[in-house]
Design a binder for this molecule. Structure first.
Ligand SMILES: Cc1cc2nc3c(=O)[nH]c(=O)nc-3n(C[C@H](O)[C@H](O)[C@H](O)COP(=O)(O)OP(=O)(O)OC[C@H]3O[C@@H](n4cnc5c(N)ncnc54)[C@H](O)[C@@H]3O)c2cc1C
Ligand SMILES: *[C@@H]1O[C@H](CO)[C@@H](O)[C@H](O)[C@H]1NC(C)=O
Ligand SMILES: *[C@@H]1O[C@H](CO)[C@@H](O)[C@H](O)[C@H]1NC(C)=O
Ligand SMILES: *[C@@H]1O[C@H](CO)[C@@H](O)[C@H](O)[C@H]1NC(C)=O
Length: 531
C-alpha cells in the first residue's frame, strides 16, 4: 500500500481524536425481539457428546434462517463461534455501528479484522447473526441474471416466498434523513434514472432500498429469524468454535468443537441426518480444508490427512472492490448508513454513508485538507461497486491445527482488465454526480477563495477522460465492499443442491457458494437461501 508521511499520520490522528470526542455516549436500549435467547446456550454448558438430525456450522446470515427452517421438522444444533449480540449494544444500533469498526480486535469483539495478501483491510462477523449483525443493513434482492446463471435449478415461486418470509420479520422501509435525501437527489440529477421510489428489487435507476435497521436505528439481523424456530427442536450454542467435520470414509457424520474454556465437544448426526456448513466465504472453505477436503498438495504440505482431493476448495475467492471518495462535510448531518442506491445498466452502482469516523477511508492519505472547517466534521463517503468481478484469488490455511487463525486470502483486485474498465466507468459516473447542484452545496472555499470539495484521501482525478489516470486512481484507492464470496462454488465444490460433490451428508449454504455477488448487496439473497 501507499507510504504516507509521519506528518500526515499526525494530522490524521488529530482528526480522529476530534471525531472521537463527539462519539455518542448513548446507551442503546436493545429494542430487538430476543425471544430466541431461550434456546441459546453457552457451549460450556453443553454435553461432551450429543446427537441431532441436522448440525449447522455457523450461526450467520444464512445459518440462522436455515436452522429455523429445519427446526420445523427435525432436531437441529446450530454452532456459532461468536457470542450473544446483546453483549454488544454498539452493533445493535446504527449510530453505535458507525463507530464500532474502530475497535481493536481482541479475539472477542463481533468484528474480526483480517488483511488480505493484497494489503486491503477487511472485516468478518464473529457473533450470532454473523455478517448481518455488523453490516450496514442495506437490503436488496438479487438481479434477474443471478437466477439464470448455471448450476442451480431455482424454483422462483419458492425464492419469492423465502424473500417474503425474511422481509416480514426484519426488513423495513427507511425514512430518509438529510444526507440520504441529498444523495438521492444528486444521483437523479447526475442522470441515474428513472426514480424507482422505494423498491426491494434490483432495478436500473435510483431507489431507496430496504433496511434491517429500523427508523429508531435498531438493527434486526439474522438472529431475529431464529424467533420463528420451533423451540423444542432447536439448540443454539454460542462460543462454540468448530475445529473440523468428522468423516467415516466420504460420509460426514459429526463435528468437533471447542467451547470458550478450550474443552472439546463432539456432536453426531442420526442416520439420514446432514451437516450444513454456513461459516461464510472465509470460514467454510477453511473448515473443509481443515477437515481434509481440498487440494491434496496444500493439505499434504501441512501434514493434514486427505479425505478427498478437491482442487477447487478455496479457489475463486472474489471481493468486489470498493471505489469512491470521501468528503468532509462543511455542515452537520445525522450520521447514517446506506439507504439509497443508484444502479447503472451493467450492475455498477453507488451508495453513500455519512459517518463521524474515518474508519472506512483506505490508508491513502496523501492529500489531507489543511484543516477541517468545523470541529465536529462528518464525512460523506461515496462508494461504488460492480457485481460481477473477473479477478479471482484463493484461500489457504495458515495453520493446520488452529481454526481461530485467519486463513491466508488473496483477491487479486483489478488483475483482470474488465474490472478496471468497470471501475473507470463507475468513477466517471461519480464525476457526473459530483457536478450536480445538490453536491455543489457541500463545496467549501479554500484559503485562496476557490470553491471545491474537501477531500479526505485522494480527490477524484482531475481529468476523468484520461483512462490511465482513472485506472491509477482505482488501483491506489482500492478498498473492500465487504461482499467477498467464493471458495466453495456451485458446480465446482457443491452441486446444484449445495451438496459437497463426492461426499455424503454434507452441504454448504452461504456466500462461499456464490460466483457472483447477487444484486447490489448480498444479505437478502443469503437469508433467502438459508430459508
Ligand atoms: C462491514 C460490512 C458491511 C456490509 N454491508 C452490507 C449491507 O449493507 N448489505 C448487504 O446486503 N450486505 C452487506 N455486507 C455483506 C453481508 O453482510 C455478508 O455478505 C453476509 O453477511 C455473509 O453471510 P454468510 O452467511 O455467507 O456468512 P456470515 O454471516 O459471516 O456467517 C458465518 C458465521 O459463521 C461463523 N463461523 C465461522 N467459522 C466458524 C467456526 N469454525 N465455528 C463456528 N462458527 C463459525 C461466523 O462467526 C459467522 O457468524 C456487509 C459486510 C460487512 C462486513
Ligand atoms: C460461557 O461460560 C464461560 C465459562 O463459565 C464464560 O467464561 C463465558 O463468558 C460464558 N459466555 C457467555 C456468552 O456467557
Ligand atoms: C502464516 O502466516 C504467517 C504470516 O503471514 C507466515 O509467516 C507463516 O509462514 C504462515 N504459516 C503457514 C503455515 O502458512
Ligand atoms: C493521463 O494520465 C497519465 C497517468 O496519470 C499521465 O501520465 C498522462 O500524461 C495523462 N495524459 C493526458 C493526455 O493528460
Amino acid at each position: 500500500m501507499e507510504n504516507y508521511s509521519k506528518a500526515n499520520i499526525l494530522i490524521l490522528n488529530l482528526i480522529i481524536s476530534i471525531f472521537q470526542l463527539q462519539v455518542h455516549s448513548s446507551h442503546a436500549i436493545p429494542n430487538q425481539d430476543v425471544s430466541y435467547m431461550k434456546f441459546v446456550h453457552n457451549a460450556t454448558d453443553l454435553p461432551r457428546k450429543e446427537e441431532f438430525d441436522y448440525i449447522i456450522i455457523g450461526g450467520g446470515t444464512a445459518g440462522c434462517p436455515l436452522a429455523t427452517t429445519l427446526s420445523s421438522k427435525f432436531s437441529v444444533l446450530l454452532l456459532e463461534r461468536g457470542s450473544d449480540p446483546n453483549k454488544y449494544p454498539s452493533v445493535l444500533n446504527e449510530q453505535g455501528l458507525l463507530k464500532a469498526f474502530d475497535t481493536e480486535d481482541d479475539g472477542k469483539t463481533p468484528f474480526q479484522h483480517f488483511v488480505s495478501e493484497d494489503g486491503v483491510e477487511n472485516i468478518r462477523g464473529r457473533v450470532l447473526g454473523g455478517g448481518s449483525m455488523v453490516n450496514a443493513g442495506f437490503y436488496s434482492r438479487a438481479h434477474k441474471e443471478f437466477f439464470e446463471s448455471a448450476g442451480v435449478d431455482w424454483d422462483m415461486e419458492l425464492v419469492e416466498k423465502a424473500y417474503e418470509w425474511v422481509e416480514e420479520s426484519v426488513v423495513s422501509q427507511p425514512i430518509l434523513k438529510d444526507w440520504q435525501s441529498a444523495f438521492r437527489s444528486a444521483l437523479l440529477e447526475g442522470g441515474i434514472v428513472p426514480d424507482n421510489g422505494f423498491d426491494l428489487r434490483h432495478l436500473v435507476g435510483t431507489k431507496t432500498g430496504g433496511s434491517i435497521i429500523d427508523d429508531k436505528g435498531n438493527r434486526h439481523g439474522a438472529v431475529e429469524l431464529l424467533n420463528k424456530a420451533d423451540p423444542k427442536n432447536l439448540k443454539v450454542a454460542i462460543e462454540a468454535t468448530v475445529r473440523r467435520i468428522l468423516f467415516s470414509d466420504l460420509s460426514a457424520n459429526g463435528v468437533s468443537y471447542l467451547d470458550s474454556k478450550g474443552k472439546l465437544h463432539t456432536a453426531f448426526i442420526h442416520e439420514k441426518g446432514e451437516i450444513f456448513l454456513s461459516a461464510g466465504a472465509i470460514g467454510s472453505p477453511q473448515l473443509l480444508l481443515l477437515s481434509g477436503i481440498g487440494p491434496k498438495s496444500h493439505l499434504s504440505s501441512l501434514k493434514l490427512p486427505v479425505v478427498l482431493h478437491q482442487p477447487h476448495v478455496g479457489q475463486s475467492m472474489t471481493d468486489n472492490p470498493r471505489f469512491g471518495t470521501n468528503i468532509i462535510l462543511p455542515f452537520q448531518v445525522v450520521p447514517t448508513s446506506g439507504k439509497v442506491v443508484g444502479i447503472l445498466q451493467d450492475n455498477i452502482y453507488f451508495q453513500s454513508i455519512a459517518s463521524p469516523s474515518p474508519f472506512l477511508v483506505p490508508p491513502t492519505f496523501s492529500l489531507l485538507p489543511p484543516h477541517p472547517t468545523s470541529i465536529n466534521p462528518t464525512l460523506a463517503i461515496f462508494f461504488g461497486k460492480f457485481s460481477e468481478v473477473h479477478s479471482k484469488g484463493s484461500l489457504k490455511l495458515n495453520s493446520s491445527i488452529d481454526v481461530k487463525k485467519s486463513p491466508i486470502v488473496q483477491f487479486n483486485y483489478y488483475s483482470h482488465p474488465d474490472d478496471l474498465a468497470r471501475c473507470v466507468k463507475g468513477v466517471r459516473k461519480l464525476g457526473d454526480v459530483f457536478k450536480t447542484p445538490t453536491l455543489e452545496k457541500i463545496k467549501t472555499q479554500n484559503l485562496k477563495g476557490n470553491k471545491g470539495f474537501m477531500f479526505l484521501g485522494l480527490p477524484l482525478p482531475g481529468n476523468l477522460w484520461n483512462d490511465s489516470a482513472v485506472e491509477e486512481y482505482c488501483k491506489k484507492t482500492v478498498a473492500t465492499y465487504w461482499h467477498y464470496h467464493g471458495g466453495c462454488l456451485v458446480g465446482k465444490v457443491v452441486d446444484g443442491n449445495y451438496k459437497v460433490i463426492e461426499t455424503e451428508n454434507l452441504r454448504v449454504v452461504d456466500g462461499s457458494t456464490f460466483s457472483v455477488s447477487p444484486g447490489t448487496n448480498p444479505m437478502a439473497t443469503l437469508m433467502m437461501l438459508g430459508r
